[in-house]
Every structure is written in C-alpha cells, then in structure tokens.
Design a protein around this ligand. Structure first.
Ligand SMILES: NC(=O)c1ccc[n+]([C@@H]2O[C@H](COP(=O)([O-])OP(=O)(O)OC[C@H]3O[C@@H](n4cnc5c(N)ncnc54)[C@H](O)[C@@H]3O)[C@@H](O)[C@H]2O)c1
Ligand SMILES: O=C(O)C[C@H](O)C(=O)O
Ligand SMILES: [Mg+2]
Length: 604
C-alpha cells in the first residue's frame, strides 16, 4: 500500500493539463466495487470507463452511460451557476453557505473533480472554501457537520496519540495544518468548530501548491473551549470543558508533535489560528526541532512586508526608503507583532543601524491605545516596540488611534486587530494628512465583518490616491471618471502554500528566517512597476499557482543555501544544490499534483 500511494502520487504529477487527451499514468487501488465509489480519492462517479467498471467490479453500480470529465465539470458548473441565480436576493450568509454546501458535497464525493473546479475557478471559489465563508462555516460547524474530515485529537486522548496517528488511512502525509481553535480568524475561540480552518488552508495547498490531496491532513487539537455559548450548546461536538492551560496544554501539543514525527518524519506542520500566547510559545518550542511554521505570525508577516515594500514603490520612491516609512500597526497580537518583527529585520538589512531607527518609526496600538513603556503588564513580545511616553509629538500611553494618526501622519496604517470598523471615518480622514503622497491602508483582519474598514470607506474617506489591501476580498471601488480604486487581498494565502511546498521539496530540516524572507522577497518582486503604479501590490488570485511555483522555488533555494535541504524522495541534497534557478522551477512544477482521472489498477 505504501508503494501504491507513492506510485499514485507520482503518476498524478506527470499528468497533463486541462482536458488533454494524453493518458495519465495508472493509480493503484486496493479496493473494489462500491468501496471505490464511496472513496472520494478514487471515485470518478459516472466517469468510470466501461473496461474499468468491469475490472473493478463496478458494473451495474452506476447508470450505463459514461460521462466524460469535461461533461461532469460542465454539469457541476451549471448546477453552481443556477444555484447562484436561484439564491439571488437572499441574505448573504444563506447564499454563502449554500455555495459552500454544493462544493463540500463534491469534495466529499469526488476529489479529482472538486480540485479541478477549484483550481480553474479559484477567484469565485476561494471566498467560499476559504476566507471569508470558512469563518461562517466554523461558526455553524456543529449544525453543518455531516461527515468528518481530518483528525481530531482531544485532551481525553492523552497517552493514546502515538497509536491514534496510525488510524489515518494514508501511508504518507506531507502537509499538516493544525489548530486548537482558540483564535479563529477574528471570531475568537470556536473550539472544535475551528477544524474548518485547516481544511480550507489545505484546500489552498492543493489548489495553489499542487500538494497531493492524498497526502494532506487537517488536524484539530481539542483541548476544550472558553466559549461559554459553545459549552452550553447542546449540538456542540467538542469537549465540554474549559481550555487546558500551562503544562497540561503543552504536554498535549508535545505528544501530538512526537506522534506525527514518529509516523511521518518529513511531514510539515503549519500552526494556524492559535491564540497569541500559544502561537509564540509553540513556534519557539518546535521550530528548531521540526519542520514547522506559524502561518499567522510568519506567513502574514511575509505577505505584509511584501505589501509594505510595494507601498514604497507605489510612492515612486527607492526601496531603501522603506527605512524612513512611518508605520502604525493596529493590533499587538500574533499577526501584528509578527509583521513588526519581520519589518525590523528588513530595515536592519537595508540600513546597518536599522533596528533602532525602525523601532522609532513603528507605532504599535492595541485595545488600550498606543503601547508605551508605561504600559502596565507590558507583553515582552510588544516591549521592543513600546514608545517612550511623550517623546514623539507628545503622544502618551494609551493615546487613541485617531490621535496617533493625526500626530504621526504615517505612511502606512496597518490593521490586524480583529475588530471591524476601527478605522473609522475620522481615522481614515486623518490619513489624508499623511506624509506620503500615496498612503497605504491595510485592513487585514478577517473575515469581512472584522475588517478594520471597507474598501469603499477607505477610498471615500482617505482619498483616491491611497493604496489599499484587505485580508478578505472586496470588489475594486469605482471612483468615477473611469478611475478604479484597486483592492489588494493582503492575505497569507499568497505565501503559506509556497513556504510549505518549497520546504517539502527541499526536504528541509526546519523553516528558517532566511527561507521566509526569500518567500516574502519573491512575492514583492513578482509585481511589475507598471502594476505597482496602478496600486496593485499582489498578483490576482488567478495567478496563485504560478506565483506559488516561484515562491516554492525561492524557499527551496534558500533552504539549499543554508544547508537545511536534505532532499525529497529520490532527489538528494547534492542534486538540489546543483540545480540552476530554472531547473529548480522546473523541479517544483514537475512535482505539483494536478487533478485528472488516472486509470485505476486494482491490486490486493
Ligand atoms: N490577512 C491575513 O493574512 C491575516 C493573517 C493573520 C491574522 N489576520 C487577522 O488579524 C486579526 C488578529 O489576529 P491575531 O492572531 O493577531 O489576534 P490576537 O488576538 O493575537 O491579537 C489581536 C490584537 O488586537 C488588539 N485589539 C483588540 N481590539 C482593538 C482595538 N479596538 N483597537 C486596537 N487594537 C485592538 C488586541 O489588543 C490584540 O493585541 C484576526 O482578525 C485575523 O483574522 C489576518
Ligand atoms: O485565514 C486567513 O484568511 C488569514 C489568516 O490566517 C487569519 O487567521 O485571518
Ligand atoms: Mg490564520
């Protein structure tokens, strides 16, 4: 079975694109008959050719006509479009969940067709299977639950995880996204219902990075929830207890990490949507021992830094001017602090004495206002960014956001607060006095309701010359006179798939700062000057697969340069080292899975 899984994976990567007539390599299957129809990895629905129906014991289990992949695809898209038409005018949430349901049903039935429609229609479907609808799905998960996806490890499984991990049916796992559900987007503690996030992130891994869906594993670590409403909800499917804390908590995560790495030593673990204290703690604890990263801290930081560098270019200034940019970050959580730390590293690289200068130019605001050295119980992670009270424009401890913006006149206002609307009309209007001719506003919190402001309000109140980014998608804004306010989706989806892909194909021992920096630089340089002048900081989501090849290759090359690459499958570290840039891109592309029906060959 182990060999079969590998065989299946490699045959699929060799498959051709679109609806080509080239015959893909075979895929070994160890089941027969109805069991195949009920396995979404192998199921082709009405697409099984007659000879395959005979070989696999499927004859009579399907209607007689064979429907081609193209026809199945067209049929699904027709149902989807008619659902769109029939739900017009209904409340947004109802429509979003109806769209999610139809996609989820396909996901549960036929993964090949599901991933093909997802890849080809990524702009339409990413907002359904990923942010923002995934937030609504998590909020309603216990009611929506039909069949499980991924694995659930709970506090009650202590001592059992090593054997439990062998319950997962796939013999090889490359990519794991893990959450404890404690900070799901900007929606807070959703307990076990947070499993929707790893599922959505891994769908993006398949769509953008071509990770084989047979080798992904979404994981929920259910250590309880502090969400009283959920604890009292009779439908709630998670542990009905308050969250474990301290040693009890960390011992559960330790046990899970050991179990995973015993069974799949090369699997990459992405930590996602952990509350801040555990996000930083687990990152520090595991990043040197395992191939792991925290997407909210590190993926977000890379995407934000690429956007910040783009904002400098958009002003028509040289990149070196980044060191002079005044940046106000709203939100001192895992994401906000991750961004500031990476921005400081960038300044330090650009200007020798950068660190001190950067901290002078960077302003941090949390729920209690401006963070200064006078802050009671100042978080050690935020301490390096705390201002001397009164030293800058008389700004005191806890100064409000609007006061800070009015006095500092920042080049960039970046929100990672999780609070919808904190960039009020007054705050946005104050950005008109920015010292930049083209100020940047990033409302990065998710989902849409939690964005610090809408795209429309940003252009309306802060002026038409801003550059704008948001974590959740907004439509471009029509400004009149034929002008359009471009909306960038400043979301870590532009980096995490490439970070995982590059680390996987390098066989990286760990994920270093250098690899993350390479990912961010690759994203930053992906955009042409012409696009930047139009306010475009990130590529369209249509190009996410192409971008991810580049990011993956950049991460891989950085791993090789730092001697962290141990090789992948039959490609050893020496071969990786000898690859030119073009060969690396070719190697990455060649190893990406693409959904086509492979002939199924039964083996006992
Ligand atoms: N776009 C992206 O790619 C991306 C990536 C990561 C996180 N996020 C979003 O960022 C948000 C925060 O994530 P996090 O992990 O940092 O959360 P967190 O809970 O660790 O931090 C939230 C921070 O916001 C501050 N805050 C709360 N209310 C505030 C207010 N009224 N004014 C100013 N600050 C306030 C809190 O004090 C805290 O410092 C979430 O909505 C998440 O969805 C977006
Ligand atoms: O999930 C997203 O869309 C981005 C980010 O990881 C978040 O936590 O908001
Ligand atoms: Mg996240």
């Amino acid at each position: 079975m182990w060999n079969a899984a590998r065989f299946a994976a490699s045959s699929l990567t060799r498959s051709t694109r679109r609806f080509s007539t080239a015959i893909p390599g075979p895929c070994i299957v160890h089941k027969r008959g109805a069991d195949i129809l009920h396995d979404p990895w192998f199921n082709k629905d009405t697409g099984f050719p007659l000879t395959e129906r005979d070989r696999l014991g499927l004859r009579g289990l399907l209607p007689p006509r064979v429907i081609s992949f193209e026809q199945q695809y067209a049929r699904f898209m027709e149902s989807y479009r008619s659902l769109e038409k029939n739900t017009k005018g209904q409340p947004e949430g109802v429509v979003a969940l109806a769209k999610w349901r139809i996609l989820n049903r396909l996901h549960d039935r036929n993964e090949t067709l599901y991933y093909r429609v997802l890849i080809d229609n990524i702009q339409d479907f990413a907002p359904v299977i990923y942010t923002p609808t995934v937030g609504l799905v998590c909020q309603n998960y216990s009611g929506l639950f039909r069949r499980p996806r991924g694995m659930y490890f709970s506090a009650k499984d202590k001592g059992e995880m090593m054997s439990m991990i062998y319950n997962w049916p796939a013999h090889q796992v490359d990519m794991i996204v893990l959450t404890d559900g404690s900070r799901i987007l900007g929606l807070g503690d959703l307990g076990v219902q947070g499993i929707g996030i790893p599922i959505g992130k891994l769908d993006m891994y398949v769509a953008a990075a071509g990770i084989n869906p047979q080798r992904i594993l979404p994981v929920m670590l259910d250590v309880g929830t502090n969400n009283q409403k959920l604890l009292e909800d009779r439908l709630y499917l998670g542990l009905r207890q308050r969250r474990l804390e301290g040693e009890e908590y960390i011992s559960i995560v330790d046990e899970f990490m050991e179990a995973v790495h015993t069974r799949w030593p090369k699997a990459i673990v992405q930590f996602e949507d952990f509350q801040m204290k555990w996000a930083f703690e687990t990152l520090q604890r595991y990043r040197k021992r395992f191939c792991t990263f925290n997407d909210d801290i590190q993926g977000t930081a890379g995407v934000a830094l690429a956007g910040l560098l783009g904002a400098v270019r958009a002003q028509g200034r040289p990149l070196a001017d980044f060191v002079k940019q005044k940046i106000v970050v709203v939100g001192a959580g895992s994401a906000g602090l991750g961004v500031l730390n990476m921005a400081v590293q960038a300044v330090a690289r650009m200007a020798g004495n950068g660190e001190a200068a950067a901290k002078y130019h960077f302003f941090l605001i949390d729920k209690d206002g401006l963070v200064t050295k006078e802050r009671k119980n100042l978080d050690p992670m935020a301490a390096p960014f705390a201002k001397e009270p009164g030293a800058i424009d008389g700004l005191m401890e806890g100064a409000s956001l609007v006061e800070v913006v009015k006095k500092v006149k920042p080049h960039v206002l970046l929100g990672l607060s999780g609070v919808g609307g904190v960039f009020s009309q007054e705050v946005l209007q104050a950005m008109r006095e920015s010292d930049s001719a083209k100020p940047a506003i990033f409302a990065m919190s998710n989902p849409t309701m939690n964005a610090e402001c809408t795209a429309e309000d940003a252009f309306k109140h802060a002026g038409e010359n801003i550059v704008f980014g948001s974590g959740s998608p907004f439509d471009n804004v029509v400004l009149g006179n034929g002008k359009v306010g471009h909306v960038n989706q400043a979301n870590n989806m532009y980096l995490f798939p490439g970070i995982g892909l590059g680390a996987l194909l390098a066989g990286a021992r760990l994920i270093s700062d250098g690899m993350l920096q390479a990912a961010s630089e690759c994203l930053a340089s992906y955009i042409t000057d012409e696009d930047i002048r139009k306010g475009i900081l990130y590529p369209s989501i249509h190009s996410i697969r192409h971008l991810t090849v580049e990011v993956g290759a950049a991460v891989l090359r950085a791993a090789v340069a730092e001697e962290l690459a141990e090789g992948h499958c039959e490609v050893g570290p020496r071969e990786l080292m000898n690859m030119s840039k073009e060969e690396t891109l070719e190697y990455v592309t060649r190893n990406m899975w693409f959904p086509v029906y492979s002939p199924l060959v039964h083996e006992k």
